[in-house]
Design a protein. Structure first.
Length: 216
């Protein structure tokens, strides 16, 4: 009997997670991005508060609501249809005809609470899977494969894992995402950047595995 769940169960789980998260938050999820935001939760909370008033209309509506709450209903001031001093129309941008304009929008990540819930759910899901398989136990090494191929020294293991984690973090920031953001979401949207990044992930993983098992 295999010690692993069927491959299709993992595929269904990842598909449900990707689609469900997108439908619930209107965002694409990424584990490394969520982890970075949770680590810097104070800064992210300040950014979320500032962006609540980034839109002028949202700011005006908030000011009107606060005024109503403090002083009572304030009659709306009619805006004249034509001003005696109209604002000068902006110069057209090269390559754009009249009436057109650059539409540059930057979608913010999902709320910080949502991404924290994502990370907690990953931990709980892994714990449930290990308990259900009956193979849950705490261990402080990387297993016989790591000891035989890399090192059996506990201090060396910690140093290598720390260095590897730093490299993974640097590579994730350099690539603009990890295997979940690029592989699951970006490739599903046929994003050329994500396809290139995911191909780089897998080619590098295959090359390193070959070196470990065949050369080292």
């Amino acid at each position: 009997m295999s010690d692993y769940w069927p491959w299709w169960s993992g595929a269904l789980g990842l598909a449900a997670l990707t689609i469900g998260y997108t439908l619930a938050t209107d965002r694409s999820f990424g584990v490394s991005g969520a982890w970075d935001r949770v680590l810097h939760w104070r800064r992210e909370r300040e950014l979320e508060r500032e962006e609540e008033f980034a839109d002028e209309r949202a700011l005006a509506a908030a000011l009107v609501a606060a005024t109503d709450d403090h002083f009572g209903t304030v009659p709306a001031v009619p805006v004249p249809p034509h001003s005696s001093h109209p604002e000068p129309s902006p110069e057209p941008i090269a390559g754009l005809s009249a009436g057109e304009g650059p539409t540059v929008t930057r979608q913010r990540p999902a709320p910080l609470v949502t991404q924290a819930a994502l990370l907690i759910s990953i931990f709980i899901g892994g714990l449930i899977a290990s308990l259900a398989s009956g193979r849950f136990h705490l261990r402080f090494d990387m297993g016989p494969g790591f000891r035989n191929l890399v090192t059996a020294d506990p201090i060396g293991m910690v140093v290598l894992l720390f260095a590897g984690g730093m490299l993974v973090g640097f590579g994730t920031r350099l690539a603009g995402g990890c295997s979940s953001g690029h592989g699951l979401n970006g490739c599903g949207r046929l994003d050329p950047v994500s396809i290139t990044a995911t191909a780089t992930f897998f080619v590098t993983a295959v090359a390193v595995s070959f070196l470990l098992w065949k050369v080292v």
